[in-house]
Design a protein around this ligand. Structure first.
Ligand code: SAM
Length: 339
């Protein structure tokens, strides 16, 4: 297994299957309009499967399907089936906003999807609409319900905590996740491309989330074994477990074994990277599996990215990428990179 310049292995791949989304969350897609990836550049399922094989040859054994909103991609269970049939992929997961999940949960599970993560930032309908610009909370809750009944190995709820928007719901969301047998992970608001309204004041830090929960539940026990997963896990005195992803205030670049493939085949070595390696052209020009794997190995061996740590060290931390630059290159957007 190849290592990068900091000795980090390549283990986990996030595959974005579309840059389109059916929500407009204020922390991700707050602008009135967007430049989309050209349709002819979007990889088809066979192309994604070939790249997955090339990555697997280089050590990837965890794949997460994401987007944009992945359930907008027609026939997604077929891709899941193709990836689930590859024994090298030990862990196959999907991140969705849940809007279209009610009708797809059973088919996704039947196709072989192991785990599912649903993004949910509020349980209040008016707030959901204000935050995501569409009145879809009932659909999301139906989707979560369907997922809970579909028999996945695990269900997670991901919540981006934003001061003044939903930080008063931390405990309610925790209780909701517990009630459906899911584990919640609170995500610090990140200043990624796309988050053009970000400010440090709006970030509710890991430390503050823990302090607030300690006030309610008493001492919180840290659980060991984060391995390379981004979430640190904790247990409350009543036994409830939850996670925190502290990418903004306590980044974990040193353990990062993750990379991202955009829907048009650009391979990004860091969520904060300005550019990546185009795999679509070599793939469409007939590169063999070994040639693709070799390309991946060579580029990974040069990886020295530690984007979140560099952001932490930047003195006047402000939005990462101005709107004009985002308009010029859709690849800089969080919704293109898959989160
Ligand atoms: N549409 C799917 C969903 O909503 O889960 C998948 C794509 S979305 C980009 C993946 C994750 O990125 C979501 O959980 C979302 O909340 C998170 N995300 C987007 N912008 C973020 C930001 N500025 N800070 C932290 N997390 C963010």
């Amino acid at each position: 297994m190849g290592l990068d310049r900091f000795g980090r292995p390549l283990r986990s791949l996030r595959v974005s299957v579309t840059d389109r989304c059916n929500l407009r969350c204020q922390y991700c897609m707050p602008e009135p309009d967007y430049a989309w990836l050209p349709r002819q550049n979007i990889l088809d399922f066979e192309e994604i499967a070939v790249l997955a094989d090339a990555f697997a040859l280089e050590g990837v054994d965890r794949v997460r399907i994401t987007g944009g909103e992945p359930l907008l991609r027609r026939d997604l269970p077929r891709l899941i089936e193709m990836l689930a049939a590859r024994p090298a992929i030990r862990d196959l997961a999907l991140t969705t906003n849940g809007v279209l999940l009610a009708n797809q949960a059973v088919a996704l599970r039947a196709a072989g999807l192991h785990r599912i993560t649903i993004s949910l930032d509020t349980l209040r309908r008016d707030r959901f609409q204000a935050l995501a610009r569409f009145d879809e909370l009932p659909a999301v809750l139906d989707g979560i319900d369907a997922a809970a009944g579909a028999g996945f190995d695990s269900i997670k709820i991901d919540t981006v905590v934003i001061r003044g928007r939903n930080d008063d719901e931390i405990n309610e969301l925790l209780a909701f996740a517990r009630s459906i047998g899911a584990e919640i992970r609170f995500i610090e608001y990140m200043d990624v491309g796309g988050a053009t309204h970000w400010s440090m004041d709006a970030v509710v830090s890991r430390r503050e989330i823990l302090a607030r929960l300690t006030e309610i539940y008493g001492p919180i026990e840290p659980l060991t074994g984060r391995a390379s997963a981004p979430a640190e896990r904790f247990r409350l005195s009543d036994g409830t477990t939850f996670g925190i992803i502290a990418s903004t205030t306590e980044p974990f670049c040193a353990e990062c074994d993750r990379s991202r493939l955009t829907a048009d085949g650009l391979w990004l070595l860091c969520l904060y990277a300005r550019g990546g390696l185009d795999l679509r052209h070599p793939l469409r020009e007939g590169a063999t599996l070994d040639e693709l794997a070799h390309l991946i190995r060579t580029v990974w061996s040069m990886r020295a990215d530690r984007g979140a740590e560099e952001r932490l060290g930047s003195p006047a931390r402000d939005v990462l990428i101005p709107v004009a630059a985002l308009r010029r290159d859709a690849h800089l957007e969080m919704h293109t990179r898959g989160g």
